[in-house]
Design a binder for this molecule. Structure first.
Ligand SMILES: Cc1cc2nc3c(=O)[nH]c(=O)nc-3n(C[C@H](O)[C@H](O)[C@H](O)COP(=O)(O)OP(=O)(O)OC[C@H]3O[C@@H](n4cnc5c(N)ncnc54)[C@H](O)[C@@H]3O)c2cc1C
Length: 400
């Protein structure tokens, strides 16, 4: 019997691959529901996602949708337009000269064989070397703000690039995919599929049933923050080398509809480079990305790397900051908030820094019993691909 602790997407996806191989599985979670941070709610004519709003399309994601009997939802054509802010929202934020520097530097890095990230190199050092300062500040920084929520100077280039360019096979689709009912519907259908295939769920259990020493058939699918404290407080501390400095970052996802929304983002969304001094990391135009998201609404993403006291701010303080950002985005904007939903997520994203790079190097063997967003791939599709390999490795090891 395979035992999986944690019923977020990481745990459910691992259970899915074991089930497909015909192994009996039990999934345990301390919360009374599955999905972890993921969930969707339809309220007052807006679909509210609590965390992720999509998967990067891949062959295995398409297969999972087919298996759980859920039609896959692709993005609207208008969402192909993506913006980065530099004195206004721009599709290409670099000047002509900066673009030339970027082209020459990247060609030189390829020709001279120096394009790969070095061990212990920060993303900032790598991007300055391979793309130049403008590429670092106005392309890479806003992109990582949207995913890793951290400054390039504090991120490991090896980890971030590895996470962004992990190996996956595409089938039919590209870009982001979801379901008509949002990510919550994917979780619901996946849980249903697992139950019909005999998977047992122990939900609302207090977490004490994680044994001190992990049995060979037990997998930890708990979030990074819980995992680190678990490793440190149990016998696992003898097996897991915990390096100093491991940290996780907090995020808030704020979804808003407006009373007089004259100004709308006509594309996927806008990312804010740190140099532009916004309070938010970026904003998504949900209704332009996928259909069936209700009336025009936006999700603003805020992080504690820009706002260190984010988790302590009141709803009013958070909304003040967002509306101030919105007035910069649309000069003199007079939109009034009609409805709002704020999801605060303390310690939700692992800091993909040099400490994590060292941690993963030192624990490569043990990591075959771990799944989650801190193991080299942050996004859901990467987690799913890695889970499929974990199952293959487990079967291979137990054949001998
Ligand atoms: C605002 C936001 C937007 C995002 N957008 C995207 C996106 O668009 N695309 C994308 O790919 N990714 C996105 N992500 C990242 C993605 O959502 C997460 O990486 C992923 O959902 C994490 O899943 P998980 O199962 O590893 O962790 P979690 O969802 O945190 O689940 C862990 C589970 O473990 C349980 N647990 C913890 N400790 C114990 C214990 N001791 N005993 C039993 N159970 C325990 C918890 O209760 C929880 O249910 C986003 C994240 C956020 C916060």
């Amino acid at each position: 019997m395979i035992r999986i602790i944690g019923a977020g997407f990481s745990g459910l996806s691992l259970a899915y691959f074991f089930t497909k191989k015909g192994l009996p599985v039990t999934v345990v979670d301390k919360r009374p529901r599955t999905g972890g941070v993921i969930g969707s709610e339809f309220r007052n004519n807006m679909l509210i996602e609590s965390a992720a709003n999509g998967f990067l399309a891949s062959e295995k994601i398409e297969e999972m949708f087919a298996d759980i009997g859920l039609p896959i939802l692709t993005t609207n054509t208008e969402s192909r337009k993506k913006y980065i802010y530099r004195n206004g929202a721009r599709r290409w934020p670099l000047t002509f000269d900066e673009t030339l520097v970027l082209i020459f530097r990247s060609i030189w890095a390829i020709v001279s064989g120096t394009k790969s990230a070095q061990k212990g190199e920060t993303l900032s050092a790598w991007a300055s070397r391979v793309l130049g300062a403008a590429g670092r500040d106005y392309l890479i920084q806003p992109m990582v703000n949207g995913i890793f929520a951290q400054e390039t100077a504090k991120l490991s280039a090896k980890l971030v690039l590895g996470s962004m360019f992990f190996k996956k096979r595409r089938k039919r689709l590209r870009g982001l995919v979801s379901a008509r009912g949002g990510m919550g519907e994917v979780i619901q259908k996946l849980e249903q599929y697992l139950k019909t295939h005999g998977v047992q769920f122990e939900l609302g259990s207090d977490g004490k049933n994680i044994s001190e020493n992990l049995q060979h058939n037990t997998f930890l699918a708990i979030d990074f923050h819980s995992a680190i404290s678990h490793f440190a407080n149990t016998n696992l501390k003898d097996r897991v080398l915990i390096k100093d400095g491991l940290a996780s970052l907090s995020l808030a996802r704020v979804t808003i509809t407006y009373r007089n929304n004259l100004n709308q983002i006509d594309g996927f969304g806008v990312l804010f480079p740190n140099k532009e001094m916004f309070f938010s990391l970026g904003v998504l135009a949900n209704t332009k990305i996928f259909e069936n998201r209700g009336e025009y609404n936006e999700s603003w993403i805020l992080g504690d790397t820009v706002l260190p006291d984010l988790m302590m701010l009141s709803d009013e303080q958070i909304l003040d900051k967002i509306m101030s950002d919105r007035r910069r985005l649309f000069i003199g904007d007079k939109a009034e908030i009609k409805d709002v939903s704020i999801h605060r997520w303390p310690n939700v994203i692992p800091n993909y820094d040099i400490s994590l790079e060292h941690f993963l190097e030192s624990n490569a063997a043990f990591a075959s019993q771990l799944t989650g967003n801190y193991l080299g791939v942050l996004g859901l599709t990467g987690i799913h691909e890695r889970n499929s390999q974990l199952v293959e490795t487990y079967l291979e090891r137990n054949k001998k």
